[in-house]
Design a protein around this ligand. Structure first.
Ligand code: TYD
Ligand code: MG
Length: 470
């Protein structure tokens, strides 16, 4: 009889070392290496007993294609991110910070689906059934025929799911709490998470049930546990939001059965998560278009156009080194825009504190926001409000030129839909404007002309606050 061997596995990245170390050489994390039994894991028994393989029938590509209908939960924003509903037999992993609303979203999805018929199972490894029931009651979902359990043993879960009708959808909340008796390590370790995920994925493929796994995230936003779980599942989604704001965004970073550029937008309310079919209206709510320093940016999140207000405040500084603070945008991007405004726009900004904020708590990563940020900055500096019915988009190069950005047509369409009548955009955007659109596109070729345009508007309105030195 061979002695059961052990190896040392990093709980952060899954790297294996021969002896214990304080620091993982692979990912650089401290105190993450834990001793785990090697004999553990699916397939270990086969290796030990060197069983002869069993031949199986092969199929060809043209064989009876099983175009099974997708499982549509009825929560449109979730179905959209899944690629038009969940594919039977597929496994999706949803990650997100604690308290962001993963359990809320999934119990709502389960309830909506169960109402339409079919077996829907929600297994919680974190909360008791009465806690889950309490939440469902608060959400007004307690009448829905969802099957609940508070269990963590994967073998028991698979046995329960196998008996009775084939489940349509199974939610496992969360994969980090699951453990398999076939694996010797403690629950929560890399081997356990991987082994449990493997067992559940095998069940999904065999039974045709769709499974959604909830995953915890580490402090830097990665899904905790081995990255291999992300490779094993069919789709990886993340549920994001800003603590102080009610909106939540669901994004797919991997999807074998759909596009990864779709996003779903929700709002956390007293009655659970509600879908936001028109996110631009949410981000523009409460906008005061008459004061200087605010520009509406026509952005794209995933594949969806999204209008959001960019606010700037430029105020004389009393400090030796003026302050530069950014919320929701990249601070090095702001530094670049300021340098370009000084070099090519003729502005002197060295004596001013500068603050930039993306309203509503959204984080923007697109370079297309450059023009809107620049317009907001100039507007605040010269004290002239920008036209309240116009949107801005375009990338600014180091030469001061305004460059084209992708999806100009989509941006213009969204702006027109929300009642905007003008757009200040790169020269080529005009071509992408639909025939029917009443929106007038004013092409802008450089930051120099943007400064001149805003300054001219100020002169028209009798303002002479312009501090431009050409
Ligand atoms: P939860 O779904 O438990 O988060 P997760 O599973 O991602 O950890 O959501 C918990 C938060 O959601 C909690 O802070 C309260 C808030 N919440 C509401 O605002 N309204 C509601 O109707 C519910 C159920 C939760
Ligand atoms: Mg939860």
């Amino acid at each position: 009889m061979s002695k059961s061997k052990s190896s040392f596995v990093c709980q952060n990245c899954g790297a294996i070392t021969q002896r214990w170390q304080g620091k993982c050489d692979s990912c650089g994390e401290w105190n993450t290496i834990v001793e785990e039994a090697v004999s553990a894991g699916i397939g270990a028994a086969i290796a030990r007993n060197s069983l002869a393989g069993r031949a199986f029938a092969l199929e060809d590509l043209t064989g009876a294609a099983r175009a099974e209908a997708r499982i549509v939960t009825g929560i449109a924003e979730l179905d959209r991110v899944a690629g038009g509903g969940f594919v039977p037999g597929s496994v999706a992993l949803i990650g997100g910070e604690p308290g962001i609303g993963k359990s809320t979203l999934l119990i709502q999805a389960c309830a909506a689906l169960a109402k339409k018929g079919g077996r829907v199972v929600y297994i919680s490894g974190e909360e008791s059934t009465s806690q889950v029931r309490l939440r469902a009651e608060r959400l007004g979902l307690s009448a829905s025929p969802v099957q609940l359990a508070a269990q963590t043993g994967v073998e028991d879960i698979v046995a329960t799911l196998t008996s009775g009708d084939k489940p349509k959808l199974v939610v496992i909340d969360s994969i980090q709490t699951m453990w398999s008796g076939a694996i010797e390590s403690a629950p929560g370790t890399v081997s356990q998470v991987r082994g449990s995920a493997q067992a559940l994925i095998r069940f999904a493929k065999q039974s045709g049930a769709a499974i959604i796994l909830v995953g915890h995230v580490t402090k830097d936003g990665q899904i905790a546990g081995p990255r291999v779980v992300e490779h094993m599942v069919d789709a990886v989604m993340s549920f994001e939001g800003e603590g102080a704001h009610a909106f939540r965004i669901l994004r797919a970073s991997k999807n074998r059965f759909g596009a990864t550029d779709e996003i779903g937008v929700f709002e956390m309310t007293g009655g659970g998560l509600s879908e936001i079919a028109n996110p631009s209206a949410l981000f523009l709510a409460g906008r005061d278009g008459s004061s200087p320093g605010a520009a509406v940016f026509a952005g794209i999140e995933g594949a969806r156009p999204l209008l959001v207000e960019i606010q700037a405040l430029v105020a004389p500084s009393t400090l030796g080194t003026p302050r530069r603070a950014v919320v929701g945008w990249d601070s090095s991007r702001l530094a670049m825009i300021l340098a370009v405004l000084e070099a090519h726009g003729g502005l002197k900004l060295g004596q001013y504190d500068i603050y930039l904020n993306v309203a509503g708590g959204l984080k923007i990563a697109e370079p297309a926001a450059d023009l809107a940020a620049a317009a907001a900055l100039i507007s605040s500096l010269v004290g002239v409000a920008l036209p309240h019915d116009s949107v801005y988009f375009g990338e600014i190069g180091l030469s001061g030129a305004v460059r084209s950005v992708a999806h100009a047509g989509l941006r213009l369409k969204e702006a027109a839909k929300l009642g905007f009548t003008g757009a200040i955009a790169p020269p080529l955007a005009q071509k992408e404007k639909g025939e029917a659109s009443r929106l007038s596109v004013s092409p802008i070729a450089s930051v120099g002309s943007l400064v001149a345009q805003i300054a001219a508007a100020g002169v028209d309105r009798g303002k002479t606050a312009l501090r431009v030195t050409k």
